[in-house]
Design a protein around this ligand. Structure first.
Ligand code: TNX
Length: 516
């Protein structure tokens, strides 16, 4: 029997269909357009098949992710089959044709009728985004790892959706405290749910170097041997790192690796004495001071080191960007900072990548392919405004809005507070497209929520700081500004709680949010 037409499910109970329809109002991020079809419900059954556009391995990959997501909670087989040319069959169909022209490269159109669920996009990334919407249209028990009783109802609707900004990012600092592959993958799963499409990994800092570099192995084996507070630290082998990159890619998330320089380099300087101007290696550091370390700008070996590191990093990086840090170089003179960047930026390019960096590095270049990441706490910054005027695209991470490591309030048990306390509403009430004067929306590439981990030791700590604020930043990056409204947003955010509970996320129950 075709899915949705079996007698058992022909007439869903009115109560169920009301709560089912509510899911359309609860979507996070808010879609561009939702047209409910009153009284219509689609029910997934043991007979449901997932049909997918033939000939596209990436579309097939999205179907695989969809099946992996639905099989455990439903207990259904959910076989995947090639979609016939037309018309769409009963069940779920993923197609790379026929979508509303507004969807662009990352958006999708989702049509749910009694008999069919048809998801259309122009690119596999759009199908993947649409699958995340489909997941949120199902009841929260869809997040369970074990089989749950049905019914598995979707509300009838047409949704047309696409992101406001092409870049929605999250950063995880794996240097201050090392976070193993499993923790990173778990975070990737959460990012994917909220349509985040970049993961920035802060791989190196004063307290630790977290990636094996074959030509300079002591960076990882010695430089990675501790962390803030003096724990054992750790590092990723190249195979482990490839595993992270591939896991993210399968969820349409591009990894942006960061090697921070010329400052924030104590772990490297401690590992190789010859990198120091003095020729002497400093001790490893486990405190949280910043701004005291610098690579030796006047030594040639510095650039051999940078070339080796960036070459090996580029080989591991399918994405277009290498992040070179550049922040808080307080013991590098401005002239040395310029000299350093004049040598390093061409090395990034030589290895086929584009440079991204914390915003102060942009003063050293006129190459508009370089992306400054704004991390200031003010709404005027002449360096960034000048860069926008020259044609750079800016990534927005204002520390007093988007930093996930800031405490919510003075009694938050973990986190820092140098950029202020950031309650959930504070993280929501800013407009990335007009936040910094002189940086108009057309010069904004997108948003990123950084999570620095000086105080973040465990997945539970990570959960507490990232949820719900990561989801707030994801909404600001995706949803049209016309949907921006705290009163409705906090309801939608509160509706996520039953999902997060099933996922075991230890989120902060902000009193500002009506948690369901
Ligand atoms: C500033 S923001 C830093 C990091 C710290 C962070 C803590 C930036 C580019 N640098 O080194 O971890 O504050 O919030």
């Amino acid at each position: 029997a075709a899915a949705g037409t079996s007698p058992t499910w022909a007439a869903p109970a009115p109560v169920a269909s009301t709560s089912t329809a509510q899911a359309l109002a609860d979507l996070v991020p808010a879609p561009v357009s939702v047209q409910p079809t009153a009284g219509v419900t689609h029910v997934l059954t043991a007979d449901t098949t997932i049909h997918v556009q033939p000939g596209s391995p990436a579309a097939r990959g999205v179907a695989d992710r969809l099946a992996e997501m639905l099989r455990p909670p439903t207990g259904f087989a959910l076989p995947i089959a090639d979609a016939p040319a037309t018309p769409p069959r009963a069940g779920i169909t993923l197609l790379l044709s026929g979508a509303d022209s507004r969807v662009g490269d990352q958006g999708y159109q989702l049509d749910v009728t009694a008999d069919t669920v048809v998801l259309r996009a122009r690119q596999p990334a759009g199908l993947f985004a649409g699958v995340q919407t489909l997941r949120q249209l199902l009841p929260p028990k869809v997040e369970s790892a074990t089989a749950q009783p049905g019914p598995w109802e979707l509300p009838g609707a047409r949704i047309v959706d696409h992101p406001r900004f092409a870049h929605r990012g999250a950063m995880l600092d794996v240097a201050r405290h090392f976070h193993p592959v499993a923790t990173v993958k778990r975070y990737v799963d959460q990012l994917a749910r909220y349509k985040v499409n970049y993961l920035h990994l802060h791989l190196t800092d004063d307290q630790g170097w977290r990636l094996m570099i074959d030509s300079w192995p002591r960076l990882a084996t010695y430089g990675g041997s501790t962390q803030v507070g003096g724990g054992p630290g750790g590092y990723y082998t190249k195979d482990q790192y490839r595993e992270i990159v591939a896991y993210a890619a399968a969820r349409h998330i591009t990894v942006i690796p960061e090697v921070d320089m010329p400052g924030h380099t104590n772990a490297a300087l401690a590992s190789y004495a010859e990198l120091n101007c003095s020729g002497e290696a400093p001790p490893l550091r486990t405190d949280i001071a910043v701004g005291y370390s610098s690579l030796c700008v006047g030594k040639e070996i510095t650039y051999r080191f940078v070339d080796d590191v960036l070459r090996e990093l580029a080989e591991l990086t399918p994405g277009p960007y290498l992040h070179i840090g550049g922040d808080e170089a307080q013991v590098t003179s401005p002239a040395d900072y310029q000299t350093f960047m004049d040598r390093v930026l061409p090395i990034v390019e030589k290895h086929g990548k584009r440079p991204m960096g914390w915003h102060e590095f942009v003063r050293t270049t006129t190459d508009t392919a370089a992306v400054p990441q704004y991390w200031g706490t003010t709404t005027s910054n002449s360096e960034v405004a000048d860069a926008a005027r020259r044609g750079h695209q800016v990534l927005m991470s204002p520390a007093n809005k988007a930093y996930l490591d800031m405490k919510y309030n003075p009694s938050t048990p973990i986190g820092l507070s140098w950029a202020g306390y950031i309650e959930v509403r504070d993280s929501y009430e800013w407009n990335p497209g007009s936040h910094v004067s002189g940086v108009p929306e057309s010069a904004v590439r997108g948003v990123e929520a950084p999570l620095w981990t000086e105080t973040v030791e465990t997945p539970a700590h990570l959960d507490y700081l990232a949820f719900p604020r990561l989801v707030v930043i994801a909404e600001l990056g995706w949803s049209p500004w016309s949907t921006h409204d705290w009163t409705s947003f906090r309801e939608r955010l509160g509706a996520q709680a039953p999902r997060w509970q099933r996922l075991g996320l230890e989120f902060y129950r902000s009193p500002q949010v009506p948690w369901r």
